[in-house]
Write a protein of this length. Structure first.
Length: 88
Protein backbone atom coordinates (compact mmCIF):
# COMPACT_ATOMS: atom_id res chain seq x y z
CA UNK A 1 0.00 0.00 0.00
CA UNK A 2 1.26 3.45 -0.93
CA UNK A 3 1.46 5.99 1.86
CA UNK A 4 -0.07 9.39 1.32
CA UNK A 5 2.13 12.45 1.77
CA UNK A 6 1.05 14.84 4.54
CA UNK A 7 1.67 18.57 4.13
CA UNK A 8 0.78 21.23 6.69
CA UNK A 9 -0.36 24.84 6.43
CA UNK A 10 1.37 27.41 8.64
CA UNK A 11 -1.80 27.52 10.74
CA UNK A 12 -1.77 23.74 11.21
CA UNK A 13 1.82 23.91 12.45
CA UNK A 14 0.81 26.60 14.98
CA UNK A 15 -2.18 24.46 15.99
CA UNK A 16 0.10 21.46 16.55
CA UNK A 17 1.84 23.37 19.35
CA UNK A 18 -1.54 24.06 20.99
CA UNK A 19 -2.56 20.40 20.60
CA UNK A 20 0.65 19.30 22.29
CA UNK A 21 0.18 21.79 25.15
CA UNK A 22 -3.44 20.63 25.60
CA UNK A 23 -2.36 16.99 25.98
CA UNK A 24 -4.03 15.88 22.75
CA UNK A 25 -0.87 14.96 20.85
CA UNK A 26 -1.48 11.18 20.91
CA UNK A 27 -5.03 11.48 19.57
CA UNK A 28 -3.96 13.89 16.81
CA UNK A 29 -1.04 11.64 15.83
CA UNK A 30 -3.37 8.63 15.52
CA UNK A 31 -5.59 10.59 13.13
CA UNK A 32 -2.59 11.76 11.10
CA UNK A 33 -1.36 8.17 10.75
CA UNK A 34 -4.81 7.15 9.48
CA UNK A 35 -4.68 9.95 6.90
CA UNK A 36 -1.21 8.86 5.84
CA UNK A 37 -2.39 5.30 5.24
CA UNK A 38 -5.85 6.01 3.76
CA UNK A 39 -7.60 9.40 4.10
CA UNK A 40 -10.88 7.78 3.01
CA UNK A 41 -10.85 5.21 5.85
CA UNK A 42 -14.31 5.35 7.38
CA UNK A 43 -13.34 4.82 11.02
CA UNK A 44 -13.11 7.08 12.86
CA UNK A 45 -15.81 8.79 10.87
CA UNK A 46 -15.20 11.96 8.90
CA UNK A 47 -17.44 14.68 7.52
CA UNK A 48 -17.31 16.47 4.19
CA UNK A 49 -17.48 20.20 4.77
CA UNK A 50 -19.78 22.55 2.86
CA UNK A 51 -20.02 26.27 2.23
CA UNK A 52 -16.76 28.21 2.48
CA UNK A 53 -14.92 25.01 3.39
CA UNK A 54 -16.29 22.92 0.52
CA UNK A 55 -13.74 20.35 -0.63
CA UNK A 56 -12.33 19.88 2.87
CA UNK A 57 -12.91 17.09 5.36
CA UNK A 58 -13.10 17.05 9.15
CA UNK A 59 -12.28 14.45 11.79
CA UNK A 60 -12.78 15.10 15.47
CA UNK A 61 -9.76 15.08 17.77
CA UNK A 62 -12.14 15.46 20.71
CA UNK A 63 -15.45 17.19 21.37
CA UNK A 64 -13.98 20.69 20.83
CA UNK A 65 -11.02 20.22 18.51
CA UNK A 66 -11.00 19.14 14.89
CA UNK A 67 -8.56 18.07 12.23
CA UNK A 68 -9.49 19.75 8.93
CA UNK A 69 -7.83 18.60 5.71
CA UNK A 70 -8.06 18.43 1.93
CA UNK A 71 -7.30 15.38 -0.22
CA UNK A 72 -5.42 15.59 -3.53
CA UNK A 73 -5.93 12.19 -5.16
CA UNK A 74 -3.75 12.72 -8.24
CA UNK A 75 -0.63 13.39 -6.19
CA UNK A 76 -1.56 11.19 -3.18
CA UNK A 77 -1.28 14.15 -0.81
CA UNK A 78 -3.29 15.23 2.22
CA UNK A 79 -3.07 18.92 3.16
CA UNK A 80 -3.70 19.47 6.86
CA UNK A 81 -5.38 22.86 7.22
CA UNK A 82 -6.25 23.08 10.93
CA UNK A 83 -5.81 21.01 14.09
CA UNK A 84 -7.61 23.14 16.63
CA UNK A 85 -11.11 24.44 17.16
CA UNK A 86 -13.45 26.26 14.82
CA UNK A 87 -14.89 28.20 17.74
CA UNK A 88 -11.81 30.29 18.36
Amino acid sequence: MVKWKLVYTKQALKDAKKINAAGLKNRAEKLLKILEMDPYQSLPSYEKLVGDSKGAYLRRINIHHRLVYQIYDKIKTVKVIRMWTRYE
